[in-house]
Write a protein that binds this ligand. Structure first.
Ligand code: SF4
Ligand code: SF4
Ligand code: SF4
Length: 257
């Protein structure tokens, strides 16, 4: 085995290992945030939450600070390495029927959806003190308590949760639909990523062949909107123009992905 192949293999398994650790530590918290959290904006008001068995009561601050710090340093790396919903999207993207079909101008405009979602969350949290829309009345079994939450949920909670679940499922049609177009966390990390020093970059030697964005599950290229710094595209570049670093080795031709 050549050293390049070994490095590629190591990169792949390191990402999978980090994903496994993240699943083990925050998957349950992620589940509660979507299916049982009574707040309009989940994951950020855990200190005042009545859902006593949610692991977020212990984890939320460290997770929140960790996500922000990772965004400042590595852009959307949280999406590519640790987010359970991102892993679900990655799985769905393998079978998405409209793979390669939703890109260009439409994708660029739809991409603003995640910034709109982030702005709505900011208004709800800072302007409206994160309203509590439903109080789950049961703190028992995992599945039963989720069912009861749905049965007794306030209509606005049902609308919010249906939008999140529905757009996550849309990932079966359009790869990474939620991550590319609607996730508010993705929107915030995308903005932080503009200033983050460590990211995958494209060097001057790029020939604009497009192999990277055809390989990428998010249908993008390094340094462009939605790149999560996963590094998967690096191995397909025929001129080895993709590298991880703090400084660009110059820009390749800029075409719309
Ligand atoms: S965009 Fe949102 S759902 Fe997707 S991986 Fe990032 S944080 Fe998770
Ligand atoms: S462009 Fe490359 S590094 Fe960025 S998300 Fe796509 S495959 Fe990963
Ligand atoms: S970075 Fe590499 S794979 Fe992507 S367009 Fe340029 S030459 Fe092609």
């Amino acid at each position: 085995m050549s050293s390049t192949t070994a490095i590629r293999g190591a990169r792949y398994w390191i990402r999978r290992l980090i994903q496994a650790v993240a699943l083990f530590t925050i998957a349950e918290f992620s589940y509660y945030g979507i299916f049982r959290c009574p707040f309009a904006v989940p994951y950020v008001s855990c200190a005042n939450c009545p859902v006593v068995q949610c692991p977020g009561k212990q984890l939320w601050l460290i997770v929140l600070l960790g996500i922000l710090a990772s965004g400042l340093l590595f852009g959307r790396a949280f999406c590519g390495y640790a987010c359970p919903a991102g892993m679900l999207n990655e799985l769905f993207s393998k079978v998405a029927v409209l793979r390669g079909k939703v890109r260009g101008k439409f994708a660029a405009v739809a991409g603003y959806g995640k910034y709109v979602a982030a702005a709505i969350c900011a208004v709800l949290f800072f302007g409206m003190h994160n309203p509590r829309w439903a109080v789950p009345i049961r703190t028992g079994e995992f599945v039963n308590s989720t069912v009861l939450t749905f049965e007794h949920a306030f209509p606005l909670w049902l609308i919010r949760t249906s939008i999140v679940v529905g757009t996550l499922l849309l990932g079966l049609l359009i790869p990474y639909f939620f991550c590319r177009f609607l996730c508010p966390t993705g929107g915030v990390l995308e903005i932080l990523g503009r200033f983050s020093p460590f990211k995958y970059r494209v060097a001057d030697s790029c020939t604009d062949c497009g192999k990277c964005d055809r390989t990428c599950g998010l249908e993008t290229r390094p340094e462009r909107d939605n790149c999560t710094n996963c590094g998967e595209c690096r191995s397909v570049c025929p001129v080895d123009a993709i590298h991880l670093g703090t400084a660009a080795k110059g820009r390749g031709p800029q075409s719309t992905a």
